[in-house]
Write a protein that binds this ligand. Structure first.
Ligand code: ARG
Length: 464
């Protein structure tokens, strides 16, 4: 037996060992410094397991309750900061189990009957990811709602729409917000879908092959709110695809938030001046007194790289592993927790910030007006008068070239000048050359007109 046997640091697996672990190996292989955050889920899982053991007769009547109470006391100690985590005890599971035995005596040693840390840790992480998804989905809903409100407020506001970051055609600000909302709704759906595969109970798989005890896995699943039990013990203890799916969904979410951030950052620069962000989401410069920097969007854009890196780490972690459990899997936690922390913080910040974005409507409209954004409308006008689209395109190109030379907008060219490019042009052309006319004309489902933006909002509200 190891020389640690006298103190509370005795290795729970130490029976066959004749010397204690090298200090370097202990530090290298411990996970308690980062997996202690699973304590609540670990305790819930153990309590459900103990109740099941009593129900099937492995524990005597009354024993499960003593274990459950002992674990509740440990939970209280941890939350009160009274629990001393010991590196020598390796991980969250053995820290809690050792303490239980210290507190309630020999009975504590029966808790681990019919299970292994392999199915225990798989259960803990699934519970943890499930909780993370539920909190995240709630914040994503808040963010989608904030975008809907903003779209409603700015349904009539006109801004330039861009392709190649060049002014393309006028759009409504509301339409732009609804585009972002579509993205976050798909992201949310990916998490909800991943949750279905996450919420399956691996406990009962034991180390890899199942256990000899007459366990009742459905009863454990029911207590813990799982939708079912895993079908194959080898798979259940070894795969972390649910964690990878979480990180994949988180990566896509971050990519979307990063794209929005890029636009927000452009829009607050004075050259654009489209929007205002509340001071509480910005910081100043230590040298340039005039600066107000959009740090929150910049950080969210920056943090997307971490989450994509976390996904990469988990994919590579998994790819070389034979069945079943390998200690490699201990490396799943830090990337997974980092992805959870990061995406949760980013979504939450934007859900809080979006209702307070101020739109400089005049500046947005001016920008749309300045960029010949209604040139396509002039071409479409000529098509309606009988010209083929390609010819119309050419005519309008020439007219734009002239307006650029004159330093004015198409709508500012006199009718005679415009008619010089095509005799089909009449006084009614000015109605289509306005930015308001341009957006109003795109009046079909998915189009940018204020009427369609309102209709989309109504459909979203009706869908709940
Ligand atoms: N800390 C370990 C992990 O995170 C727990 C499982 C250890 N299992 C084992 N057979 N050593 O994966």
């Amino acid at each position: 037996m190891s020389q640690d046997s006298q103190d509370g640091n005795r290795k729970l697996w130490g029976g066959r060992f004749s010397e204690s672990t090298s200090a370097l190996v202990e530090r290298f292989s411990e996970s308690v410094s980062f997996d202690q955050r699973l304590y609540r889920h670990d305790i819930r899982g153990s309590q459900a397991h103990a109740r099941m053991l009593e129900r099937v007769g492995v524990l005597a009547n009354g024993e499960a309750q003593i274990i459950v109470d002992g674990l509740d006391a440990i939970l209280a100690d941890i939350e009160a900061g009274r629990f001393e985590w010991k590196t020598a005890l390796e991980d969250v599971h053995m820290n809690i189990e050792a303490r239980l035995t210290e507190n309630i005596g020999e009975l504590g040693k029966k808790l681990h009957t019919g299970r292994s840390r392999n199915d225990q840790v798989a259960t803990d992480i699934r519970l943890y990811v499930r909780d993370a998804i539920d909190a995240l989905v709630a914040d994503m809903t808040r963010l989608a709602d904030a975008l809907l409100d903003l779209a409603e407020r700015e349904a009539d506001s006109i801004m330039p729409g861009f392709t190649h970051l060049q002014i393309a055609q006028p759009v409504t600000f509301g339409h732009h917000m609804l585009a972002w909302r579509e993205q976050i709704l798909r992201d949310r759906a990916r998490f909800i879908d991943a949750r279905r595969r996450t919420n399956i109970l691996p406990l009962g798989s034991a180390a890899l092959a199942g256990t000899v005890y007459p366990i009742d896995r459905e009863y454990v699943a029911e207590q813990l709110g799982f939708d079912g039990v895993t079908e194959n013990s080898l798979d259940a203890v070894s795969d972390r695809d649910f964690a990878i799916e979480f990180c994949a969904a988180a990566s896509l979410t971050q990519v979307h938030l990063s794209r929005w951030s890029e636009e927000l950052i452009l829009w607050v620069t004075p050259m654009f001046g489209f929007i205002r962000l509340p001071d509480r989401y910005c910081t100043g410069s230590s040298i340039m007194p005039q600066k107000k920097n959009p740090d929150v969007p910049e950080l969210i854009r920056g943090k997307s790289g971490r989450v994509i890196g976390d996904l990469q780490a988990l994919l590579v972690l998994m790819k070389g592993q034979p069945l079943a459990y390998n200690r490699d899997n201990q490396e799943d936690k830090e990337p997974l927790f980092d992805a959870i922390d990061t995406v949760s913080a980013c979504v939450r910040l934007y859900a809080d910030m979006f209702p307070h974005i101020g739109v400089n409507r005049e500046t947005c409209r001016e920008a749309a007006f300045k960029g010949y954004s209604t040139a396509t409308d002039l071409a479409d006008y000529l098509v309606r008068k009988g010209l083929a689209f390609r010819d119309a395109h050419h005519v309008v190109g020439a007219a734009v070239g002239h307006a650029v030379e004159q330093g004015c907008d198409l709508s500012e060219l006199p009718i005679d000048t415009l008619r010089g490019y095509s005799a089909l042009i009449g006084e009614d052309v000015y109605a289509v050359l306005t930015v308001e006319g341009s957006v109003a004309a795109r009046d079909h489902i998915g189009g940018t007109s204020p009427g369609q933006v309102r209709a989309a909002i109504a459909r979203a509200r009706a869908a709940g």
